[in-house]
Design a protein around this ligand. Structure first.
Ligand code: NAD
Length: 366
């Protein structure tokens, strides 16, 4: 089976769906690989790197014409669809729920389309989960961004000119991004505290060296391992438990999300006004509405000497690693969908069922 790796065309995208290292593994598994010229350049993978592992480098039109399976990170767009042929299989993110027009256009081409953002969040799909692999990097990068924006360093430092006290970092939300933020801030020498509505995260935070701030979460059970919207009562208890740490913190990273909902507000403007002058808040949930009342996406707002940075931290800023992890997710997914080098679509099986959005021109999920 011929698999074509396309160059991303979305503005600012610097990742590539398959890296040379993963291409080599797919070739070893019996697939034939084609890559569009320059597809890996912005993530530091050269055409010659692909060539060395046995991938054929081709022009875009040739890839569309020859490959049975086409791979991209971002959704296939109108320009791509002009080039696809009936019977081809497309694998990319599709965000099908918010993109009904695109899904119709894909179906009209008589192709099959799988969506990487629809991978169910179950244990056996963990190694295919692109949201997690990219969020993990965002957690790391949030700490680095914080270090850049702060006017202090993280570690305790004893010098002949005196001792520098370590910085205090507070993390809200101990999911994939939050855990990596804890690990990174700890490695850099900060004193790290963290809180989450799910009590099972206590052990995870502590195993990375953070102090867990417990909030009584009676009546706030999670659903299938994911948080539900917190009650007003919980929010009040959370503020009481966290305020002391918040007002002492030098860096606050918020990562709290509720699947399918607006992000919860965990830090009000009133709380920001009581924080230390020079403190930095990195609101990683800004694109989902923000965890801090003050934050706005892609903006830095200074309130009472506190810098509030609303960002979704783009994994594109670490495109080499982001591509590598993404590629490994796709590799695992392709292995899951195939037997030998042929597709075996078991529609009774949850991962296939959830991610197969269009099958031979018929929309299965909307
Ligand atoms: P997420 O991005 O949806 O949310 C981040 C964190 O915010 C979560 O831990 C959540 O509990 C927390 N949160 C929500 N509301 C809050 C509030 N009011 N106050 C404090 N914290 C609040 O989460 P995620 O990173 O997707 O991970 C959620 C869980 O799912 C983790 O345990 C993770 O390991 C697990 N997970 C499993 C899979 C899989 O099995 N395939 C994939 C991804 C994540």
């Amino acid at each position: 089976m011929k698999i074509g790796i396309l160059k991303e065309t979305l503005d600012g995208e610097s990742r590539v769906a398959i890296t040379p290292n993963i291409a080599k593994q797919l070739i070893a598994a019996g697939f034939e690989l084609l890559v569009e010229q320059g597809a890996g350049e912005s993530s530091s993978f050269l055409d010659s790197d692909y060539n060395k592992v046995g991938v054929t480098v081709e022009k875009r039109a040739v890839i569309f014409h020859e490959a049975q399976v086409l791979l991209k990170i971002n959704p296939f767009d109108e320009e791509d669809l002009k080039l696809v042929d009936e019977g081809q299989v497309l694998i990319s993110k599709l965000y099908h729920k918010s993109n009904p027009e695109l899904i119709k256009a894909i179906a009209n081409k008589g192709v099959t389309a799988f969506s990487m953002d629809a991978i169910p969040r179950i244990s056996r799909a963990q190694d295919m989960d692109v949201l997690s692999s990219q969020n993990n990097l965002a957690g790391y990068k949030a700490v680095i961004l914080g270090a850049f924006e702060m006017t202090k360093i993280f570690p305790l430092m004893m010098t002949s000119a005196g001792t520098i006290a370590p910085s205090r970092v507070l993390i809200y939300g101990i999911g994939v991004a939050g855990l990596q933020a804890i690990a990174t801030a700890k490695r850099l020498g900060a004193i790290v505290e963290a809180t989450d509505i799910r009590s099972e995260t206590k052990e995870q935070a502590e195993s990375l060296g953070a102090k867990f701030i417990s909030v009584d979460n009676t009546g706030e059970e999670s659903e299938g391992g994911y948080a539900k919207e917190a009650s007003a009562d919980y929010q009040k208890r959370q503020k009481e438990a966290v305020n002391k740490s918040l007002f002492q913190a030098d860096l606050v990273i918020t990562t709290a999300n509720i699947p399918g909902r607006k992000a919860p507000i965990l830090i009000t403007e009133e709380q920001v006004m009581q924080m230390k002058n020079g403190a930095v808040i990195i609101d990683l949930a800004a694109a989902q509405g923000g965890n801090c009342e003050v934050s706005e996406i892609n903006k830095t707002i200074v309130k009472n000497g506190v810098k509030v940075i609303g960002t979704s931290i783009d994994p594109r800023s670490v495109s080499t690693n982001a591509s590598d992890l993404y590629a490994k997710n796709i590799y695992n997914y392709i292995m899951h969908l195939t037997e030998g080098t042929n597709f075996k679509w078991d529609l009774e099986e949850e991962i296939t069922d959830e991610t197969l959005i269009v099958q031979n021109g018929t929309i299965r999920k909307d």
